[in-house]
Design a protein around this ligand. Structure first.
Ligand SMILES: N[C@@H](CCC(=O)N[C@@H](CS)C(=O)NCC(=O)O)C(=O)O
Length: 198
């Protein structure tokens, strides 16, 4: 299994995190985003949007970090992370889509501005970030994990850009439930960090 990867990408990190939690060996292929390698003809043949992460599992290519998480959990029969029943899968999907929307346009976008100088409206990203923090803080008031009583793909997807929110100049000081949730994920066996998450 080959993961097209970039060390500082939170989207790549969520895939590395799941692979580590599941104790799966894989090959990392670094894509040089800072020099535009993701838009080369060779890489566009793998990822039509020219983005990381992408996964190549023996010729089956999967793009998009959320799609890769679902693929891996289903393929590797990681029932804890992607249980078989329809209602739980729908609840997990709610957080996968929240990650691809509110978290991507909030804390992830704020980090892109602060760390990489992206041309994104920082004030709008900050407002969106705190709105999704409010949503999660309330949701986690009486729960240990986002869905059910154990970590699932919902937590793995949402974790990186919430944990990296300090990189985007955001503070979680007023969000104690989120703080405890981050600590629970960091305590999972085989947890692995990335620069900015330890
Ligand atoms: N929805 C996609 C977003 C992927 C994405 O935005 N990847 C960034 C790195 S975190 C990227 O490849 N950016 C380079 C570019 O768009 O040119 C996912 O979750 O995988």
């Amino acid at each position: 299994m080959k993961l097209y990867d970039m060390e500082l990408s939170g989207n790549c990190y969520k895939v590395r995190l799941l692979l580590s939690l599941l104790d799966v060996d894989y090959e990392q292929v670094a894509v040089d985003l800072l020099n535009g390698e993701q838009k080369s003809a060779e890489y566009l043949a793998i990822s039509p949007k020219g983005q990381v992460p992408a996964l190549d599992d023996g010729g089956t290519v999967i793009n998009d970090s959320q799609a890769i998480l679902v693929y891996l959990a289903q393929k590797l029969k990681a029932e804890q992370y992607w249980p078989a029943d329809a209602a739980t899968q729908a609840q997990i999907s709610y957080w996968l889509f929240t990650t691809a929307n509110e978290i991507a346009h909030g804390p992830c976008a704020a980090r892109l501005v602060k760390l990489f100088g992206a041309d994104i409206d920082y004030e709008s990203a900050t407002a969106r970030a705190y709105a999704v923090f409010d949503l999660m803080e309330a949701h986690l008031a009486e729960r240990e994990f986002l869905v059910g009583s154990r970590a699932t793909l919902a937590d793995i997807a949402a974790f990186p850009y919430i944990a990296l929110s300090g990189d985007g100049g955001l503070s979680l000081a007023d969000y104690p439930n989120i703080g405890r949730w981050l600590a629970r994920i960091k305590a999972l066996p085989n947890f692995v960090g990335m620069p900015g998450v330890s």
